[in-house]
Every structure is written in C-alpha cells, then in structure tokens.
Design a protein around this ligand. Structure first.
Ligand SMILES: Cc1cc2nc3c(=O)[nH]c(=O)nc-3n(C[C@H](O)[C@H](O)[C@H](O)COP(=O)(O)O)c2cc1C
Length: 402
C-alpha cells in the first residue's frame, strides 16, 4: 500500500451519502427521462429510503438563482432541517456560503437543528462560484483565493462558537467578542461539534480544508486525480499539526460519484451514453462559462472543473469521472479501490434517486462490505461494523433499467 494508507483506516467501513435533489432538473443536465423530483414530498420519501438502505448522510445543495438546468431551488438549511425532522438516523449536511451568512447566525441555527434532530446536523461550507448570485444580491464578489481567506475565518468562528464559552475572534472578515451560544450543540460521543464538511478542489481550497475542515469533499475524480487532492489537503493539515494529541483531528475525505448500476456493464454504459447524447447543450455550455470563476481563474489554473470536458460537465459535479458505472460487482470493486487510496466517504448521485438508492443498498453495499472485510483481514485487521448503519430495506425492486 502507498504512503497515505494510514488515512485509509482499513478497519473503518466506508460511509455513504447522497446528494439531495433540492434543485430541479436532477443531477444531470440532460433531457433523458429522470424519475427524480426536487419537491419536498419526493425528498422526504427519498431520505427515509436512504436511511433504510445503509446511507449515513444526505447533502443539500445551495443555489439561489435559476441556472443551467436548475430552474427552481429549495433553500438548503430549511430543507435540511425538514429532512432531519422527517428521519430518525440520517445526518443531513446543509450547504452554506460564507458570503451569504454571518457565522454566528449559522452557528445558532445549526445548534437548534442539532437539538431538533438529536445530534444529526452538519454543514458543508462552500465558497461559491456563481458570481451572479452574489453580484445580483448586491453582495461583494471576492477574488478566488480571497474567498478562501474568508471561508477559513468563517469555519474558525463556527468551531469556536460551538466549542467554547466567551468566544472571541478578531479577523479581516469577522469580529466576535465574548460570545457564548446557549445551548451548546448536542453532546454526541465521538463528535466534537456538528461536523464541518468543505467542498472545493483548487489549491487554495485544499489548503483551507487541510487547516480547518473536518471533512474534505471533492468533485468526481479518477484515482490519480483524487490522490493529488488528498496529498494537497494532507500537506496543509500536517503543517498545522492536526491529528496529533490535543489538536484538531486529521481531515477525512469524501468523493463525489454518479452511480449507474445495471445488470450488465453494457446497459450501464448505454445509459451513460444516452445521458450525454441528450445533454441540454446550451445549459451545459452556460455552466462551463460560469465556472471559469472557480479553479480556472487562479494563478496555477487548477481546481474544480478546470480540466472538465463537455461530457464531464453534464453531471455538474464531475461525477462520471469517478466511474461508478457497471454491474454491482464492478462498482463495489471500484469503490474499494478508492478506499485503498484514502477515501472515507462516497457522495453519490443517480438518475432515478428513490429506486436507485434502494438498489444500491441492496445490491452494491453488501459486496462493498465483503470486499472491505477481506481487505482489512489481508492487512491484519478486522472491519468494525458496530457503528455503521445497516440496510433494513425490504425493497423488492430490481436493478433499474432506464
Ligand atoms: C461536494 C461539493 C458540494 C458543493 N456544493 C455547492 C453548493 O451547494 N453550492 C455552491 O454554490 N457551490 C458548491 N460547491 C462548489 C464549491 O463551493 C466551490 O465553489 C468550487 O469547489 C469551486 O472552487 P474551487 O475551484 O476553488 O474548488 C460544492 C463543491 C463540492 C466539491
């Protein structure tokens, strides 16, 4: 195994999350039939299916303006709270932009959500790429790397207010003086405070996540691409001494992937081909133009979407690049190959969310667990499933044939 095997934690089972379709149009910008809806009733049912299918997390999206196939959107924090109230075990991660929220207001909001849900609230801090959302709201649009300066301060405020009394922090963007939030977040064993996820791919994003995030989320990547991302985050985290005693725990890694599990590899590949052939071309092209504000605008030109082809962008978080496409066995093998290089969590999306999440829990997850157990044993340890949600779905639907 390679030099980052220490973060692969072979005894720890992989965790699974899904993207909440709280924006219209599904997770691919394509006119292919998608039995996915953005409304609350659909999402409530989906969340319950997911928690019964072995999923531990759901991630909402934050989008304020009609854009690139997503004509309608539900606000992320309120939607997350409603999903928490509708479920029993699922942890729901609300996406938030620092430039749109004051961290103290968000800290308070999430504490309330945490109490309502008995310790299941989490956040995904996203630094933003859709310039017009900020400009048309009359908010300042910071230059790329400066957005991460603000994000880092924002996360420090959140953590400070969640863990300390009389918290003060003086900075460029936020000044907090002697603040105590009462109540504090729920005391959950093994969790210091509501988990702080962080989405971004650029060099600045990796460095910021390495310093302050609990979880680093990446867009879809092939194995080599994700190794590079992990190395960037680990380097920044190492410089701050994270992971050693009395310090912040080392960051963990989540990767996006679009799942197409079918009875045969050919069927799965045909589905991918159809998604891309039926791409909504003007929307994908418009998206491609807008995302130049992301990694492509930085000095080294690296970052989210910087090297994405037209086909990649049809799934707007590069989910095809992860190649979770084929039979359940092929997908499970691919998933475990990523575990070997350090992925701790898979963030998944689908064409037909309800049916395919149930099918994933039934057909793919058991193979993943077998392969993980085998991998652990071969490396002299045991897979510890004692803290892992198990699939209890009695669903009888077969694999989805689109
Ligand atoms: C898993 C994940 C989820 C994201 N969710 C959102 C979101 O809901 N809304 C948003 O505006 N940007 C979202 N982003 C985009 C990032 O905040 C950021 O703008 C993007 O990574 C581009 O910046 P970069 O090139 O610095 O990585 C997400 C990114 C990732 C990886």
């Amino acid at each position: 195994m390679n030099d980052i095997s220490n973060i692969a934690r072979l005894s720890e089972p992989l965790k699974f999350a899904y993207w909440v379709p709280n924006v219209s149009g599904g997770l691919v910008v394509s006119t292919i039939e998608q039995r996915t809806s953005w409304d609350f009733d659909y999402n409530k049912k989906l969340a319950r299916i997911a928690e019964e299918s072995g999923f531990e997390y759901a991630l909402t999206q934050t989008r304020y303006a009609a854009s690139y196939g997503a004509d309608k959107q539900h606000e992320a924090t309120s939607f997350s709270l409603a999903l928490l109230a509708a479920t029993e075990r699922l942890k729901v991660i609300a996406a938030v932009h620092p430039g749109m929220w004051h961290p103290g207001v968000l800290a308070k909001y999430i504490i309330t959500a945490d109490h309502i849900s008995n310790g299941r609230a989490a956040v995904n801090i996203v630094s933003g790429w859709l310039k017009n959302e900020f400009i048309n709201f009359g908010l300042e649009w910071l230059e790329h790397d400066e957005r991460y300066v603000r994000t880092e301060e924002f996360i420090r405020v959140l953590r400070g207010l969640w863990t300390e009394k009389d918290y003060s922090q003086a900075g460029k963007y936020y000044n907090i003086t002697d603040f105590t939030l009462n109540p504090a977040p729920v005391d959950v064993p093994g969790r210091a405070h509501p988990e702080i996820f962080f989405g971004g791919n650029s060099t600045a994003a990796q460095a910021t996540a390495g310093r302050v995030a609990d979880w680093y989320f990446s867009n879809g990547k092939d194995l080599e691409g994700f190794k590079e991302n992990i190395a960037g985050v680990v380097a920044a985290s190492g410089e701050t001494g994270r992971g050693t005693e009395a310090q912040l725990a080392a960051p963990r890694f989540g990767l996006n992937g679009f799942v197409i599990a079918r009875d045969s590899e050919k069927e799965a590949r045909d589905t991918l081909r159809e998604i891309v052939e039926k791409a909504h071309k003007p929307a994908v092209q418009g998206f491609r133009d807008a995302v130049q504000e992301a990694g492509a605008s930085t000095k080294d030109g690296k970052g989210m979407w910087a090297d994405s082809s037209f086909e990649d962008l049809v799934q707007y978080n590069d989910g095809f690049k992860t190649q979770l496409i084929g039979t359940p066995e092929q997908i499970a093998e691919r998933i475990v190959a990523y575990k070997k290089i350090g992925v701790n969590l898979f963030l998944t999306c689908y064409l037909h969310f309800q049916e395919e999440i149930a099918a994933f829990g039934r057909d793919v997850l058991p193979i993943v667990r077998e392969l993980e157990a085998d991998l652990a044993r071969r490396n002299g340890t045991e897979l510890d499933l004692s803290q892992t949600p198990v699939a209890s779905a009695s669903s009888t639907t077969g694999l989805v044939n689109a």
